[in-house]
Design a protein around this ligand. Structure first.
Ligand SMILES: NC(=O)c1ccc[n+]([C@@H]2O[C@H](COP(=O)([O-])OP(=O)(O)OC[C@H]3O[C@@H](n4cnc5c(N)ncnc54)[C@H](OP(=O)(O)O)[C@@H]3O)[C@@H](O)[C@H]2O)c1
Length: 236
């Protein structure tokens, strides 16, 4: 039986991955951080989709124990914080940075998935632009995680989407501006003949991205990095 553990389930992509997995009849365990202020709401939303809510704390021993008893066939790591939350950490707020969340929690999950014994396929939501020489902290932590994923011994794939758009619970003006300006420039480039460029970089909704991720996850394809245009082509 296909059984998926989805970390980052409350995110724009995560919630759609849960929905798409349920639509394919998968037994889904949607992880919500135990201290989430919206825990009751997520219990209702995921419950209505037929998914179980999992509130295992972000502690390596606890996560390993949970995955060992669950024995998932697939683990999704769809986590990420924002630069704004990272700045709050510097002024005494919660320690939520690219290092502690995007890398730290994803790496903890990867170690727990490796140790749990069910040899799950690990699906990692990375980003367009990741490369070994990047100096960008957001991309650098993703490169580190992709490297550890390749070395993990688990079946895996890493998706590198462009901008992800949709109705967010929190305002992210720069993401919105980036996707609108980017898509506008790309439409112009497309009109001028640069169709490949346009297809590579234009934004995707969380729902579209989730459809590609679930398709890739459930088909037994070789371990690999999947680029933004490949992600889009999978569902068109
Ligand atoms: N947005 C884009 O344009 C874009 C483009 C390329 C790649 N990506 C990457 O793709 C991934 C998913 O993107 P998205 O837009 O779907 O993400 P999102 O909507 O921001 O969701 C992020 C998820 O991570 C969880 N999370 C954040 N901080 C956490 C913490 N301290 N402890 C536990 N959980 C935490 C959130 O939980 P809560 O709801 O509890 O906060 C949420 O479930 C991220 O890694 C992102 O960087 C994004």
């Amino acid at each position: 039986m296909t059984k998926a553990f989805v970390a980052g389930a409350t995110g724009l992509t995560g919630r759609e991955v849960v929905r798409a997995l349920r639509a394919r009849g998968v037994d889904v365990h949607a992880h919500v951080r135990p201290d989430s202020r919206a825990l009751d709401e997520w219990r209702q939303r995921f419950g209505a989709m037929g998914a179980e809510v999992d509130t295992t704390p972000w502690d390596e021993a606890a996560m390993t124990k949970r995955l060992t008893s669950l024995a998932p066939t697939h683990v999704f790591a769809l986590l990420g914080t924002t630069q704004k939350r990272g700045r709050a950490a510097k002024s005494g707020g919660k320690d939520e940075t690219y290092e502690t969340v995007d890398y730290g929690l994803s790496a903890l999950l990867l170690r727990a998935a490796t140790a749990c014994g069910s040899h799950p396929r690990f699906v990692y939501l990375s980003s367009m632009g990741v490369n070994a020489s990047t100096k960008n902290p957001y991309l650098a932590v993703r490169h580190r995680l992709e490297t550890e994923l390749r070395q993990s011994g688990l079946p895996w794939f890493a998706a590198r989407p462009s901008f992800i758009v949709g109705d967010r619970d929190e305002a992210r003006p720069m993401e919105k501006v980036g996707s609108v300006v980017g898509d506008g420039l790309l439409a112009l480039a497309g009109a001028l003949g640069a169709k490949k460029l346009r297809e590579s970089y234009r934004s995707q909704t969380g729902e579209e991205l989730a459809a590609s991720l679930v398709k890739l996850a459930l088909d037994e394809r070789p371990d690999r990095v999947v680029t933004s245009d490949e992600l889009r082509a999978l569902i068109h």
